[in-house]
Design a protein around this ligand. Structure first.
Ligand code: SF4
Length: 301
């Protein structure tokens, strides 16, 4: 349930952006497999896990492989965790593979193998946060909720609030999105998807393509002359040489190990900095992405 507060960060005739967004989406939305009507809730759920922090282009192939191999929660729940981590490959943030595996098991145990449609039930699944729960309820089942990702936040900030970018995420984001949604669930689902798509394709962070934007004639930021409101993007931490890269390198060696266990000598070749390598191993063990054996380290069984 959304609560309005006395502090309203957005103002103006916001509902007027729903119609142009809907028309634009009908003509320009990418044909993505998880958007097709026959995709099913499991396919939508897998896509939402994979799309967290990862662009669509990198997700398309692993998503297909994943669904070919595990077309339903039962099949993934019955597979070894190591297979899930292996197939996750280089998508990044590999904890998501573990969570997906645990989520599949939970869906089998508690929901008879059917992805739940209720946001409260979805929120109890491992790795499912408020965004993902709403996205699954809306895009898999047509429920009516605001769904706000980083692209949507940018569109709302610019078109509605007249800012150069979104402020830090807050519950007001959902109120702001609720304000622009049509009352009917099907129409609301499309506007949710359209705002995200516009932010991904047109109202991009660095150089928005206002000439191609359906909101061009009503965008508050554009009308104000594109003022810099000091809402720049936070800098992403450098990846090269980071602990995250070290962790990825160690995990790759484990994934590629045909015999399962990787002895310490081979692990030493995974990453040159011994301190970072040890930290990577410790964090993989702590996350349950690796386990120790008598002979060394391996993916979880
Ligand atoms: S007109 Fe430009 S800044 Fe405004 S919403 Fe469209 S792309 Fe973004």
């Amino acid at each position: 349930m959304l609560h309005r507060t006395h502090h309203a960060p957005y103002s103006g005739p916001v509902t007027t952006i729903a119609a142009p967004l809907t028309a634009w989406y009908a003509a320009h939305a990418r044909d993505l497999p998880w958007r097709r009507p026959d995709c099913g809730a499991w396919g939508v759920l897998v896509s939402e896990f994979m799309l967290q922090q990862t662009p669509v282009t990198r997700v398309l192939r692993p998503w297909r492989e994943w669904l070919d191999r595990w077309p339903a929660p039962e099949s993934l729940a019955a597979a070894p965790v190591a297979d899930a981590v292996r197939l996750w490959g280089t998508l990044g943030y590999p904890r998501r593979a573990l969570w997906l595996h645990r989520t599949a098991a939970r869906i089998v145990e508690r929901h008879g193998g059917v992805v739940p449609r209720d946001v409260a039930d979805l929120l109890e699944l491992p790795g499912v946060g408020p965004y993902t729960a709403r996205a699954i309820a809306v895009f898999a089942y047509g429920e009516r909720h605001p769904v706000v990702d980083t692209n949507t936040r940018r569109v709302l900030a610019r078109a509605v609030a007249g800012r150069s970018g979104p402020r830090a995420p807050s519950p007001h984001d959902l109120v702001a999105m609720e304000d622009v949604l049509p009352r009917d669930a099907a129409g609301a689902a499309i506007v949710n998807a359209a705002a995200m798509e516009l932010g991904a394709l047109v109202c991009v962070a660095r150089a928005p393509r206002c000439g191609d934007c359906p909101l061009e004639d009503r965008c508050a930021w554009r009308a104000a002359g594109y003022p810099d409101t000091g809402d720049g993007r936070p800098r992403q931490a450098r990846y090269e040489g980071s602990d995250r890269q070290a962790r990825g390198a160690v995990l790759r060696v484990l994934r590629d190990a045909a015999g399962g266990t990787v002895p310490p000598a081979r692990l030493a070749g995974a990453w040159p900095d011994i301190v970072q390598r040890d930290r990577a191993v410790a964090s993989l063990l702590a996350d349950g992405l690796a386990e120790t054996t008598a002979g060394g380290l391996r993916l979880p069984g």
